[in-house]
Write a protein that binds this ligand. Structure first.
Ligand SMILES: C[S@@+](CC[C@H](N)C(=O)[O-])C[C@H]1O[C@@H](n2cnc3c(N)ncnc32)[C@H](O)[C@@H]1O
Length: 296
């Protein structure tokens, strides 16, 4: 098992395994996306002579010392993590996105946004929560620190932008490969203007220790899906100091504009401790997750 080390702007080598020659066009477009967004990724391409069966995927995962991206025979890009192929797969959320509202989505009850809202999803991951946020018509800036994840998000946005009924939603998402703290610092140091509108909500869904999804006494809680399992290979939970900084700086971002009230919403597994041990102003939960809201 290869654990990808958390990193700053150091270039990350990544193996891209593809299956046929006709995929050179996709490979070039992937390289162009990496260059356009200045992602610190060095792609090393390799054509697979064997079919990408489950067994082959397991083998590839075991022998490689670098993260692996797969371009399969349907031209779908995925990241191979521990033998499992994972990708944002936003089309699979279509039903949820179409019917999303405060009744069906606890997240939307917690963020209380409208189509005029400006939201930062500071820990974008696979972008699933960003889609729910953008389904309300809000503009969502998606921050993702891991270049590989940012690349998967950009590729997915490009792919879904070609689907007619996804275009408007896609145009409301802005994906940035950065650490949230640096982004917050740049927002907090710029005056509010036409181009730097006030932020209404900062949403944080940082990593949790792998054992915090279940109650230690009752064993109740959420099962860890394959997307989260994969993310645990790529990103570490924040230290307590980083938790403090994330929350404080996020609160400064939503409090930056004195005339409006803002909030920071933090997603936690239902039984996990509060971020930075800070009690929230209000909290929403179901049997799996909890959203802690901090109002400014
Ligand atoms: C639990 S996942 C988020 C899942 C996401 N809410 C979704 O719907 O797919 C956390 C993600 O945030 C990213 N992340 C963690 N800390 C970050 C930070 N300080 N700045 C930017 N991204 C961060 C991690 O790399 C990981 O991809």
């Amino acid at each position: 098992m290869t654990r990808v080390q958390p990193e700053s702007r150091a270039f990350m080598r990544c193996q891209l395994v593809y299956v046929n020659d006709s995929q050179q066009v996709q490979i070039e477009s992937l390289k162009a996306l990496i260059a356009e967004h200045k992602l610190p990724i060095l792609l090393e391409t390799e054509q697979s002579i064997e079919k990408l069966t489950q067994k082959r995927r397991q083998q590839l995962s075991q022998i490689s010392t670098q993260p692996i991206l797969l371009l399969d025979d349907k031209n779908a890009l995925s990241w191979l993590s521990n033998g499992l192929s994972v990708a944002p797969e936003w089309d699979k959320l279509q039903r949820r996105v179409v019917s999303a509202g405060r009744k069906s989505e606890l997240l939307l009850q917690a963020v209380k946004i409208t189509s005029d809202s400006r939201v930062i999803d500071a820990t974008a991951g696979f972008g699933h929560d960003s889609l729910i946020l953008a389904s309300m018509g809000a503009q969502v800036v998606m921050l993702e620190q891991q270049p590989l994840m940012a690349l998967l998000l950009l590729v997915e946005q490009q792919r879904m932008s070609k689907v007619a009924n996804w275009q408007k939603l896609m145009s409301r998402l802005q994906i940035i490969n950065t650490d949230a703290l640096s982004y917050f610092a740049s927002v907090n140091s710029s005056p509010i203007s036409e181009s730097n509108r006030a932020v209404d909500v900062v949403y944080l869904d940082p990593m949790f220790p792998e054992d915090s999804y279940q109650d230690s006494k009752t064993g109740k809680g959420a099962k860890v899906g394959k997307h989260m399992q994969a993310l645990h290979q790529l990103a570490l939970p924040p230290t307590s100091e980083e938790e403090q900084q994330l929350l404080q700086n996020a609160l400064a971002v939503v409090g930056h504009h004195e005339q409006t009230s803002g909030r920071v919403v933090v997603k936690r597994p239902q039984f996990a401790p509060q971020l930075a041990h800070q009690p929230p102003s209000e909290c929403w939960h179901n049997e799996a997750v909890r959203f802690d809201g901090y109002f400014v």
